[in-house]
Design a protein around this ligand. Structure first.
Ligand code: SF4
Length: 337
């Protein structure tokens, strides 16, 4: 087997940050020495060896990897997938020893750090004891950062049974793109049956969404978190000024319990705007839900999400029949409200 890594050098002579992160990840996983050739794609020189390899394989992102075996070439643009398929035996960072964290001191340290730095900080302490709650665009940006950190991590998704078909396809694309496991957390069948039997399939339009969200989201979330020490959310301060005004980048989660004495919650995107998230998604070519191209901004369950109207706040298209201060699903309060 012969492995070539193609790294980019920017037009201004600077090294590519993403390629440096990939190299760091390969070192963390103890496989850096197993890369046979490192070829530079010089943005300013289309004739550089790396640029020619990019043109040959129709790839314009970096880094990418070419694995040649028995005369066959396989090209990877996802480092996570490259690692999983080429080095299934690569060292995986072990679950970190935890213990209590001084969240006040940590908040002091993490304020002003980039989301990538916050994710690195979280995973260097908790490893796969830290879970990413995956559903929206913000969450995949965070998973992208986790994949680049070189550390182990856990991803789970609340499958309420009422998601859009596009969302289910999106989950599979993310799983495939990063070569990661995504645990789908389903609600308790008996609880769903009791709710639907007693109140029908659309009780939330009459009674408010709390009861259905408690069954389909909050209980499965509690079950997922009970196996973790920390979790990471894609919450942003500007998403819902009425309900998220005190959002910090790190804090103790007092609404839910983890497997130990405390559960830590990270919100690395707290200070980011939607525009910053989407700039990251485009720059890093992060997969996103195709519903975004149809006017959806904040995407939840199919019956409770509609496309946003021009100029409308993104949360206005969720549970639009309820008061603005009630538009949370209980995932961040534990109360199902
Ligand atoms: S978002 Fe709607 S369908 Fe989904 S769990 Fe909440 S109330 Fe039920």
């Amino acid at each position: 087997m012969h492995i070539t890594m193609v790294k980019k050098e920017l037009a201004d002579g600077q090294p590519c940050k993403k390629c440096m992160q990939a190299e760091e990840m390969l070192r963390v996983r103890d496989v850096w020495d197993r890369i046979d050739d490192v070829v530079i794609a010089d943005e300013a020189d289309p004739q550089s060896d790396g640029m020619k390899l990019g043109a040959k394989h129709g790839i314009d992102v970096a880094p990418f990897f070419i694995v040649e075996e028995s005369g066959e070439e396989t090209v990877f643009t996802s480092i996570a997938k490259f690692l999983k398929q080429t080095f299934p035996d690569a060292k995986r960072p072990s679950r970190k020893a935890t213990g209590t964290v001084d969240t006040v001191a940590a908040l002091d340290e993490l304020q002003g750090k980039t989301p990538q730095e916050v994710v690195n900080w979280a995973l260097s302490r908790y490893g796969n004891g830290c879970g990413f709650a995956f559903s929206g665009a913000e969450d995949v940006a965070l998973i992208d950062m986790a994949a680049k950190s070189g550390h182990a991590f856990t991803v789970f998704c609340l499958d309420t049974g009422r998601l859009h078909p596009e969302t289910y396809h999106f989950i599979e694309r993310v799983r495939d793109h990063y070569g990661i496991e995504i645990s789908l957390m389903s609600p308790q069948a008996t609880a769903v049956e009791a709710l639907v039997h007693g109140k029908g399939l659309f009780s939330f339009y009459r009674d408010g969404h709390s009861e259905c969200c408690a069954v389909r989201k909050v209980e499965p979330l509690q079950r997922a978190l009970s196996k973790l020490d920390a979790w990471v959310t894609g919450q942003r301060l500007d998403q819902s000024p009425a309900t998220r005004s005190d959002l910090n980048v790190i804090g103790k989660d007092v609404a839910f319990s983890g497997r130990g004495a405390e559960l830590i919650k990270f919100n690395p995107l707290a200070a980011w705007s939607s525009a910053q998230v989407w700039a990251y998604i485009r720059e890093e070519r992060v997969p996103y839900n195709e519903l975004h191209d149809q006017g959806f901004i904040s995407i939840g369950c199919q019956p409770c999400t509609r496309a946003s109207r021009p100029g409308e706040h993104e949360r206005a298209a969720r549970w639009w029949w309820e008061d603005e201060t009630q538009r949370e699903c209980g995932l961040h309060t534990g109360a199902g409200d």
